[in-house]
Ligand binder design. Sequence first.
Ligand code: DPP
Ligand code: ZN
Length: 843
Amino acid sequence: PQTIYLSDYKPFGFDVTSVELTFDLAPNCTRVRSKIAFEPKADAERTFFLHGKELKLISAKIDGTDVSPALSDDGLTCTVPDAPFIWEAEVEIDPENNTALDGLYMSNGMYCTQCEAEGFRKITYYPDRPDVMSVFTVRINGPHPVLLSNGNPVSQTEGHAEWHDPWPKPAYLFALVAGELVAHPGSFTTRSGRDVALNIYVRPGDEGKCAFGMQALKDSMKWDEDVYGREYDLDIFNIVAVDDFNMGAMENKGLNVFNSSAVLASQATSTDANFERIEAIIAHEYFHNWTGNRITCRDWFQLCLKEGLTVFRDAQFTADMRSAPVKRITDVIDLRGRQFAEDQGPLSHPVRPESFQEINNFYTATVYEKGAEVIGMLRRIVGAQAYDKALSLYFDRHDGQACTIEDWLKVFEDATGRDLTQFKRWYSQAGTPRVTVKDAWYAGTYILTFTQHLKPSATTPDPQPQVIPIVTGLLSPSGQEVVSSQVLELTEESQSFTFEGLAERPIPSVLRGFSAPVVLESELAENHAAFLLAHDTDPFNRWEAGRSLAKASLLDMVRTDAAPDTQYLDGLRAVMSQGDLDPTFRALMLGLPSQSDLATALHDAGDTPDPDVIWTASEKMRAAQAEHLKEILPGLFADHQVPEPYKPDADQSGRRSLANATLSLLCRMEGPERAQRQFDKADNMTQQLAGLSVLLREKAGDAALKAFEEQWKDDRLVMDKWFGLQVMQADPDQAVATAAALTEHPDFKWKNPNRFRAVFGALAAHHAGFHAAGGSGYKLLADWLIRLDPVNPQTTARMCVAFQTWQRYDAQRQTLAAAELDRMLATPTLSRNASEMLTRIRG
Ligand code: DPP
Ligand code: ZN
């Protein structure tokens, strides 16, 4: 396969001034007619290349005269005039057999599209690259009550619809939907008085699961006006729920297409976590209208331009709608779990990669989540006001353009007068910087010294110091904040910061709010974690102090079979007893570092992680938590029961999350009865699923599992939970067998990505289960990836990530994993997607 390089970028030789598309829908032989106006740029060549994949070309004309372009697997080449001309083509495509779920495909009898990144070339011949922006008119002919495309509706008659999108856009934002759908309607009036019709389109039967998403959409529209000054720009905004979808959702202009799991919500079928995720994804896709659609990416190397920024914006939104500290803590848990793991292994790449074979493999935690962290640092460094000023300039200067990271940083330089040359390394250097901190005290003067280090890697052989904002506060020994939070800017490899005039040696609280995506290592004279757990005024660092004590204790338990640290357990009990602390925050305090995170830490320290030993240590720590908190657990459980009516808001969901974390510990000591009672009387999915998961763990879940299946067998999204939970709650030696048995279930519809991920995502996340000593986890997943690849290469390639850590385990596990990687690589018809991922992972 061919490698594509950022440095090879060349603009397209032609402007596309308008696009007209006509679809005659038929499951196996949809006809697509295109009429596209091209204008050669000054030095354009006399031939052009249009992308096209799996298309049957019926006819092609230039200015009304038949032409015979040269066809290849990935497009066509044609001689063209040296003046503006009209290209017309007719192609035939087969949506029903498009199981890859990109381009135009069918899901449950409805037509839908997914064109990001390169799906449009499976619909018609086109310069399918994000820097070619044009105005689209779309006509759809088909016997479906609902026929949708981007933009505003021009006309709708039986069997026909016409849509016009006045905003120039790249082809990846094209969308078409047709089917027997029902609309949940709403409306929004923008701040300048434009009335916008809103709809969430779903399959008949799902109408009752749209109200929450609709409210989230309105909240997002209002928030983007209030916080970023961004108004919506069409007469209509449609969201469509689709069962078969490779990603979470897609921001097509005016017609967002959503994985049904990312939009359908109801008390009975969705957990509190589902509600929060749905709210965030609706916001994310809506926010793309400005950061992604109005201003798009010049090429796919710039993906973080829209994704990093939009993730950052949706995180700000969630922080405003719910609890800011809780959002920050959960984001950091996710970042460490996915992005740090990626950075530590063979898939490590910069936020802006410099080469790829298959762009779909770069929709990664690094591009998205680290990309958002980089923007958070930028805002921290320049300040909130300057950030707002820079964003206004960005929207003013670049509206309607396809941009680069250079454009983005130039806006900040122009708005603030700062030189961001060094900061830009965050975009080009791969890997997670380590920062060590040490301190010194001389009669009233306190000195903090930071050192940064980035491990050289294949993509970053000669790392240079980065700009690392370290938000720091100082506390007095009695817990008073004596120096409030300030940004210390670490720009050198090693640098000291001095604080004068202090009455006594302070206790430092560094990297507050996780102000930079780094691994912080303390070489402080004393370990202050227990003190900070009790006293820190920064909620993130208070949580972090508890987490670091838990992690240190777990690592000791793993390494030396030590007993759980009582200092940690005492500190935890004190925090859990503090009735005025946000219940969500306390629920998070009960969390432990994931087993995979522990393996990462061991590997970092030069040890070989043993998944079984880590599992045992984690279980022991859980038991110790239960034992140590046993006096307060019943009260915590009782006090956080939530009275009806159910609401998925931050307040109620926080109470439920604390009660359920407590339930899990209580049942370790007293058996499963309490969980059974909760399961039996639950009136919402959060409570029902929490009950079921404890029952499964306590090996008392057989009856509940059957009852749950009986109750929910017709609800695909709930059944995904049923499939996944059994794997998640299995003991390590049962996880693979459980997953294998589930693949025999008649409802294991493996071509549906949500169902495939329910089982195999859960297996991959079961650290000791997936890495079972005999290699059965590796083999089962490899078998299924080999089977899925010809059907759906994108989902296959993403699931290959499960193998990314294989080199950190013992020799026997490495041999077994390598054999499976080699077996997959030897598959004759392996897709480009899977081939690139597996080659990188195998190393
Ligand atoms: N749908 C994906 C997202 O919104 C890709 N743009 O992030
Ligand atoms: Zn996005």
